[in-house]
Design a protein around this ligand. Structure first.
Ligand code: 1CP
Length: 378
């Protein structure tokens, strides 16, 4: 199957966007000085919150993702509770696949499970591409979130990157080592590239739909890219992620890229086109900034020093939130200090505080609120 290029409606996106120009998140993403240090946390919406568990007691995960009122309410819960500078849309990386008609479910305690794993060229070629109309509940949910946010708070839309999505499709569900996926990638590269080519337009469309519904920023999650060597990342993944970032550029909103355990890939993930690079907790932010700026310099030797600067996002270890207020305070200060050092050394242009991966389900919500307060004092 050949895929039509995704056409963008930049004017609609601009008309839907609120005047959140001075929002701390946007200032930090651009490299301006924010009025306070912005903070949000991956998986801030979800099981750590009793108000979320109450809603989810009566409704399945995917049903919640396709019910506009519920998805706006769940998205706003952590923003209200923790005074977050950004909301992340309550959805899931498999939502565009489900919307396109792929038979999958999100199984409690496990994650996305796909009824018929995609392992052949034919299956890859026949993968449906999502249409805008199939994502209408997401568009309506976004409108509800935007109504509930203050002007200085932003909404982040997101999608899973091709490698991470492919892993669920090829394995058939969550995987520890991603061996079926990598086995296919190495043994049948033509099938792999067919699958990447089939997924890329759906990812672009899912992100474009969110941009045109008015989100203020977009994050591409390549959660499991850290399982790849840099060489394999460049050959099998980077071209598609690069295509996605390039396609979104006309919207002019910050584009964030993040993966777990990607210390060795930070430079490669930075050169495919994000404005903000998410860093997991294993690499101090100042070391991360060195890796990012040196990769950008190598990629574009003629570029100006400013062109080598990205905003850092991260990177408190989510487990620190279990260690009590004193440790949280110290560790928040350490992370902010590392980010400030990177900026002072001219290696980064801004800092958006986050965890180094998602909030763990058993985290005490009050510990999260205290961490937000601590960041705002930095
Ligand atoms: O019953 C439940 O509450 C299910 C748990 C859950 C939640 C809360 C899943 C199943 N998805 C989500 C929401 C979700 N997923 C959000 C929005 C909420 C927020 O961040 O505040 C986001 C951004 C995601 C993205 C997502 N889903 C990623 C990328 C981010 C990451 O954490 O790395 C991935 C890898 C998934 C797959 C997925 N969905 C759900 C689970 C448990 C998993 C991971 C499964 C695995 O370990 O492979």
């Amino acid at each position: 199957m050949t895929h039509d290029p995704v056409t963008l409606d930049v004017a609609t996106a601009q008309s839907r966007r609120r005047a959140a120009h001075d929002a701390p998140f946007l200032a930090a993403a651009r490299g301006d000085t924010p009025s306070r240090r912005p903070v949000w946390m991956m998986r801030q919406a979800g099981r750590s919150l009793p108000e979320y568990r109450e809603i989810r007691a009566h409704v399945g995960m995917l049903d919640a993702c396709f019910t506009p009122d519920l998805l706006s309410e769940i998205t706003l819960q952590p923003v209200r509770r923790h005074d977050a500078d950004a909301a992340i849309l309550f959805s899931d990386i498999v939502v565009p696949l489900k919307a396109a008609g792929i038979d999958l479910d999100i199984v409690p305690g496990r994650g996305p499970v796909v009824a018929q794993p995609i392992r052949t060229r034919e299956a890859a070629r026949n993968l449906p591409v999502v249409h805008t109309e199939q994502l209408q509940p997401v568009v309506e949910g976004i409108a509800g979130v935007l109504e509930g946010l203050r002007e200085d708070q932003v909404l982040i839309g997101f999608a899973g990157a091709p490698f991470t999505l492919a892993s669920y499709l090829v394995e058939g569900g969550p995987s520890k080592n991603h061996e079926v996926t990598k086995g296919l990638m190495y043994s049948q590269p033509e099938v792999w590239h067919e699958l990447m080519r089939a997924l890329t337009p759906s990812i672009i469309r899912f992100l474009a739909v969110q941009a045109e519904a008015g989100v203020d920023a977009l994050q591409l999650f390549d959660s499991w890219a850290g399982y790849l060597s840099a060489r394999d990342y460049r050959e099998y993944v980077a071209p598609y992620s690069r295509q996605i970032f390039a396609a979104l550029e006309p919207y002019g909103i910050p584009r964030i890229h993040f993966g777990v355990g990607t210390g060795e890939l930070l430079g490669d993930m930075a050169v495919v086109g994000p404005d903000v690079v998410g860093v997991d907790w294993r690499v101090p932010l100042d070391s991360a900034a060195e890796r990012i700026s040196s990769a950008l310099a190598t990629e574009d030797p003629q570029g100006s020093p400013e062109q080598r600067l990205r905003t850092l996002q991260g990177n408190l270890d989510p487990a620190v939130l279990f260690a009590g207020p004193e440790v949280v305070r110290e560790q928040v200060q350490r992370v902010c200090g590392e980010a400030d050092r990177a900026m002072a050394r001219g290696l980064a242009r801004g800092h958006i505080f986050n965890l180094g991966h998602g909030v763990l389900p058993t985290t005490d919500p009050d510990a999260i609120t205290r961490a937000f307060e601590e960041v705002h004092q930095q």
